[in-house]
Ligand binder design. Structure first.
Ligand code: HEC
Length: 115
């Protein structure tokens, strides 16, 4: 049993590693739920298109690392979300959902705007 205890920290570290690699399998459907649950939508708009106080996040969101860096360390108007509040896997899901937003349609492809 002692041996087992010795391995516990290693198993814990492996769990952390798996947690990080979960970002690779980010889930856009969950990301949409988290965007509402963590109140991002209240400032950034229902689809991350920009709202009354928060700027546009999608389509074409910042790369995952850059976006996470901002969200974790914001010292301005936006509250910072630490990993205790919003973990890396949840954040990756939000990013996947924002990344799945369709690009804004080019107005030249809308007949009504080209008469
Ligand atoms: C209380 C309102 C509020 C909430 C809630 C909020 N934001 Fe923000 N967010 C802002 C504001 C305001 C800014 C601009 C702040 C600045 O430039 O310092 C911002 C900026 C950002 C930026 C930087 C955008 C850029 O292009 O520079 C990202 C990314 C972002 N928010 C993501 C999120 C995510 C993800 C969530 C939810 C987990 C969230 N925000 C929740 C208000 C909010």
């Amino acid at each position: 049993m002692k041996m087992f205890n010795l391995f516990a920290p290693a198993a814990f570290a492996a769990g952390l590693f798996l947690g990080v690699s979960a970002a690779a399998a980010a889930d856009a459907v969950k990301g949409k739920e988290y965007f509402v649950k963590f109140q991002c939508q209240s400032c950034h708009g229902t689809f991350g298109q920009g709202g009354n106080s928060g700027p546009k996040l999608a389509p074409d969101p910042l790369p995952l690392d850059a976006m996470m860096n901002f969200v974790r360390n914001s010292t301005g108007q936006m509250p910072a979300y630490t990993a205790t509040i919003l973990n890396d896997a949840q954040f990756a899901d939000i990013h996947a959902w924002l990344s799945s937003q369709p690009k804004t349609q080019d107005y030249k492809t809308i007949p009504l705007l080209n008469q």
